[in-house]
Design a protein around this ligand. Structure first.
Ligand SMILES: [Zn+2]
Length: 422
């Protein structure tokens, strides 16, 4: 009894010391130093005209080693398009007990191109009061810096091996994830069966939004074939634009066929929208023989994707009969819905700490898809997306607020202490 009380008191003291250190001037200096380093390295994927994340990752690893963080494990992906041929992914995991559940924080190293409208050099940190300005400062350096501040606080005040904490840095989030989290999950997946992940790459200004579910994404291409003819003799052909328009309207019936609702999402129902339409013929006086359009569907987790495809087929057949045309359907993209159980301990602790630190009633939400968290969930890893953000991602003059980074770090630390010691 006496011993328990003593160690309980000691851990409460170290917890309080860690929390107050996370808001100290020393922590702020470290944050600014780290943001300056991260912003100065342009980590653009080759699709965005860049040379990848290699130099940035190396600079960050060297910085971490200077802070006494030695045990950094790489899971590099090979990419012949960049000069170093490597897209870097790496992790730091601290625990001594293999059975201990690990709370991971996953951030990405890459950024999007700066675009126009910057008042300062996007790749050089500018400080304006509590705003740290530069490309990547909020997306995703804020989450990355918060996770590193927590690591440093643990190292300073607590035996690291007791922590059950992991930091994962990935490449290629802004483009395909193929050289980033997908590579990690398919090669040297560091996640254990009890682990969970926080992805600080989405959120709201008051910190209240906690995203735990995503709708499925289904992109379909419809190629409608009729018979081309002169517009003055429609009787000799089959107007594919008319058939294709009839199909677009017919597909609206999907809304009635899948009326399920789920209050996590906005809107609460699945959506089935015709979107892009390709140009058919350049002139006005020809009845087009072929018409192509696309549909974007966002489907609730409780709806079977195959059931949707089956219904689409039925509607297509009906229009083929009514309009005497041929219709070819192609799946352009398909990402399954994913959700983390609202009763998972991570969510329980995270909600409590968000309420405590951000003074806001947490809101569990689902989104229309799809973030990197979906890939984690598809691999059986409970994952939530949360951060306190001004929503600067991809904008010119992107900035991150020092107090938001501190709030993220404090929530991560407090959630971690509950999670790994639960
Ligand atoms: Zn991001």
């Amino acid at each position: 009894m006496g011993m328990d009380n003593l160690s309980g008191q000691a851990s409460k003291d170290s917890r309080d010391r860690m929390i107050s250190w996370l808001r100290s001037n020393e922590a702020k200096d470290i944050l600014i130093d780290l943001q300056r380093l991260l912003i100065s390295h342009q980590a653009l994927g080759p699709e965005n005209g860049g040379d990848g994340e290699y130099e940035k990752a190396e600079a960050l690893k060297a910085w971490l080693r200077d802070q006494g963080i030695e045990d950094i494990q790489s899971i590099n992906a090979v990419d012949s398009r960049v000069s170093r041929k490597i897209r870097p992914n790496f992790f730091i995991k601290v625990t001594s007990n293999p059975a201990q559940p690990i709370l991971w924080v996953m951030s990405h190293l890459d950024v999007v191109p700066p675009g126009d409208g910057w008042a300062s050099d996007p790749f050089s940190l500018k400080i304006e009061g509590n705003k740290l300005i530069g490309r990547g400062s909020e997306d995703n350096h804020q989450g990355l810096c918060a996770s590193i501040l927590v690591l440093l606080a643990l190292k300073k005040f607590k035996p690291l091996r007791e922590s059950g904490y992991g930091i994962l840095c990935v490449a290629d989030e802004e483009v395909s994830n193929q050289y980033g989290i997908l590579h990690v999950l398919e090669h040297e997946n560091p996640f254990g069966p009890q682990d969970a992940a926080l992805v600080p790459d989405g959120g709201s200004p008051d910190g209240g939004d906690i995203e735990l579910a995503e709708k499925a994404v289904l992109w379909l291409k419809f190629r409608v074939q009729g018979v081309q003819t002169h517009a003055s003799r429609p009787d000799l052909g089959k107007n594919s634009t008319t058939s294709s328009s009839a199909l677009i309207l017919k597909l609206r019936e999907l809304y009635d066929q899948f009326p399920q609702t789920n209050e996590l999402f906005t809107p609460v129902y699945s959506t089935f929208e015709a979107t892009r339409r390709e140009e058919n013929i350049p002139n006005i006086n020809t009845v087009p023989g072929e018409d192509i359009f696309y549909m974007d569907c966002r489907i609730l987790p409780e709806v079977e994707l195959n059931q949707v495809l089956f219904r689409v087929d039925e509607l297509v057949t009906k229009v083929e009969q009514d309009y005497e045309c041929r219709i070819f359907v192609e799946i352009v993209d398909r990402v399954e819905a994913s959700s983390t159980d609202g009763a998972h301990p991570l969510l329980k602790f995270l909600q409590r700490e968000v309420e405590e630190v951000c003074k806001v009633k947490p809101r569990l939400i689902g989104i229309g898809g799809s973030t990197v968290a979906a890939y984690l969930r598809q691999h059986g890893i409970p994952a939530v997306v949360w951060a306190k953000l001004t929503e600067q991602a991809h904008q010119p003059n992107e900035y991150s607020l020092v107090e938001n980074t501190f709030a993220d770090a404090e929530v991560i630390l407090r959630t971690l202490l509950s999670y790994s010691l639960k």
